[in-house]
Design a protein around this ligand. Structure first.
Ligand SMILES: C[S@@+](CC[C@H](N)C(=O)[O-])C[C@H]1O[C@@H](n2cnc3c(N)ncnc32)[C@H](O)[C@@H]1O
Length: 286
């Protein structure tokens, strides 16, 4: 049983993400030009998902963004009209998110909290106060316990309000993602089991946003959660799965073998070998 509030897993992962922040801030992938001109940088999958959920827009909506990184998606949601609270455990990420909110002049509608996700209820004692919980692309794989995660999501949602979730497909996480990006790199090899007790503890100094960089704190603790486990956790927390989709594209180069599709998305060049992304909406049934 992992201690969710402290331990080596948390210290290693936080140090790793702290190192990535300046790399990502300087990267082309995280360029914030669109944000600065008042737009949204949500990837096409999340942008369409939010538009489906809120056809009249986000004006006046309160959004909780879990694992918000340095706030690009949070501030995109603000630019779409929402008031957002973002939570992330990385101090440099939260500092940059606050700095950017101030630069954009939207600090009154964007609050950023530095906290381990599992401390969220203590840091933000506002149950049933959000119209949307939003979390995307690189989320539960960093978390040891999806049941506790789902409980936290449910605790924050207003009755009847949705969770919007999009992430790498757990099938895709089974494959090796190392190697130089190249269209003829071949298919990735199976490296990790689909279901395993405990974490994969990895030593990997590479970063997905900048292949030239070596991250100093290279050790990470990651968990593959089978889809059934995630869906069961959400259901047990009192959420009803309303939408579920598998995608053959996602907004980063997960394997050398996937190719740019435009709009910041990557996918298979021809045959759809395995799904790359998963998207779901689960609604509080209280
Ligand atoms: C891949 S990034 C998410 C990216 C996000 N979609 C964005 O806006 O670019 C993963 C984030 O999870 C955060 N994180 C990882 N484990 C966490 C934890 N236990 N509590 C809070 N944040 C965590 C990291 O600091 C990082 O910002």
């Amino acid at each position: 049983m992992v201690d969710l509030r402290s331990g080596e897993w948390l210290d290693d992962n936080r140090a790793n993400w702290d190192d990535r922040v300046p790399v990502h801030v300087a990267s082309e992938m995280y360029d914030r030009g669109v944000l600065r001109s008042g737009g949204s940088q949500l990837d096409p999958i999340a942008a369409a998902g939010i538009a489906r959920l809120f056809p009249d827009g986000l004006e006046g909506k309160r959004v909780l963004h879990l694992q918000c990184h340095f706030g690009s998606d949070s501030l995109s949601l603000v630019n779409l009209g929402a008031t957002v609270v973002g939570i992330d455990f990385s101090e440099p990420a939260i500092e940059e998110a606050r700095r950017m909110a101030a630069e954009l002049g939207v600090a009154d509608r964007a609050r950023f909290i530095q906290a381990n996700l599992y401390d969220a209820r203590h840091m933000l004692p506002e149950p049933e106060s959000f119209d949307l919980v939003f979390t995307t692309w690189g989320t539960i794989g960093w978390l040891p316990d999806v049941s506790e995660w789902a409980g936290i999501v449910a605790w924050f949602l207003k009755p009847g309000a949705p969770l919007y979730f999009a992430d790498g497909h757990p099938t895709a996480w089974m494959f090796d993602y190392e190697g130089e990006p190249s269209p003829d790199a071949g298919l990735p090899r199976v490296r990790f089991p689909y279901s395993v007790e405990g974490p994969d503890v990895l030593e990997d100094p590479s970063d997905y946003a900048d292949s030239a960089v070596a991250i100093a704190h290279a050790r990470t603790w990651e968990w593959t959660h089978p889809l059934s486990e995630t869906m069961r956790a959400l259901r047990d927390a009192g959420l009803r799965i309303e939408e579920f989709e598998e995608h053959f594209r996602l907004p980063w180069r997960i394997f050398p073998a996937v190719v740019p599709l435009g709009d910041g998305m990557y996918g298979w060049p021809d045959t759809k070998w395995i799904p790359l992304g998963v998207e779901l909406v689960a609604r509080s049934s209280r």
